[in-house]
Design a binder for this molecule. Sequence first.
Ligand SMILES: Nc1nc2c(ncn2[C@@H]2O[C@H](COP(=O)(O)OP(=O)(O)OP(=O)(O)O)[C@@H](O)[C@H]2O)c(=O)[nH]1
Ligand SMILES: [Mg+2]
Length: 374
Amino acid sequence: MFGFLKKGLKKTLEVIRSTAPVKQEKISKDELEDLLLEADVSYELVEKLMESLPSKVKRVQLYNTLISLFMYDTQSPQAEGQKPFVDLIVGVNGAGKTTTIAKLAQHSKSEGKSVILGASDTFRAAAIEQLKTWAEKIDVPIVYTKQGHDPSAVAFDTISSAKAKGIDHVIIDTAGRLHTQTNLGEELKKIVRVCGKALEGAPHRKILILDGTQGNSAINQAKAFKEMIDISGVIITKLDGTAKGGALFSIAEELKLPIYYVGVGEKAEDLIPFDPKEFVNTILDAIYTEESSEDVAKGDNVDLHNLTEAQQKRLEELLNNDGFDLLSKHFVSERETQESYRLKINDESDAIEVIDSDGNVLKSYSAEVLDSDG
Ligand SMILES: Nc1nc2c(ncn2[C@@H]2O[C@H](COP(=O)(O)OP(=O)(O)OP(=O)(O)O)[C@@H](O)[C@H]2O)c(=O)[nH]1
Ligand SMILES: [Mg+2]
């Protein structure tokens, strides 16, 4: 798995390297601004990021700033133990839905789970054929009907079949639709409702597939889908074919939805679970010298995924109510003991709080106190 993301981000890393050819200890703000824009981080986000950074930016500073953009990247509602677990796959034409379904199926199979596919893209005959071909190739069952039949009925039958056969994972394809086509929007809502009738709580995830080659322009489209059916998270495809990998920062920041996976090729194996830390570090490796990575390794690591719910809540309070702005005052969290985390808010006072797993503030220091402690 190691280096897999680096390969997928090849074109994005190339564009970064051509903008800032020499790896550095500290990068100037101007150069950083250029390379982020070249990598398709949105203009608005680049401006916001720049506000919080000094004129020469160290790796650890950029790491903390960038990783904080994924703070909303909370894990999917863990419907652990839900059997079958139902994924509904949606997105515009050609985004990579059908291919991603094959990849997800392969992924589940490799974890020893049983899978069934539902060909609810009944809009085109070729779409049904395409999913059938994949099902054969990766050797999983599929439920389908003729072109033009009710896609909701296929979803219902697929879930029913999974229930009857004790299958672990249901993945349902849908027709590629433009978010502006409201009749198709209504159809999508109906599929969601019918899934719930077949199995309470289904679909467990409504996954939006976004074409990575569209970069930032995928954001508005995603917002429209979010309004339509309350998307649970996204998968970004075709990262291998684009230099617009920086758009993932803007996508995460704007949508506040988890990125579950990224697609990095056309084969069934070409799907990588998205890890924000790995993503940020892969980008930073192209900018900074090797020595600079030690700064980050030493401490000051952010690991938002390991925060308990109560800690996240306290953090959100600090960010929302106490005037802390996530982008202009980046923060650091680090594990101090099993139960407590240290949340360091890098505002002018450099206050540090130790927050236990129930969200109680155990200690609160100012920077001066810490300095005199040594
Ligand atoms: N390079 C690359 N190509 C991809 C990736 N994911 C999908 N594709 C290609 O993108 C094209 C469209 O993929 P589909 O899976 O058919 O897209 P779709 O969203 O199901 O399309 P419709 O059903 O027509 O709406 C195909 O040629 C895929 O092989 C990826 O991660 N990398
Ligand atoms: Mg398709």
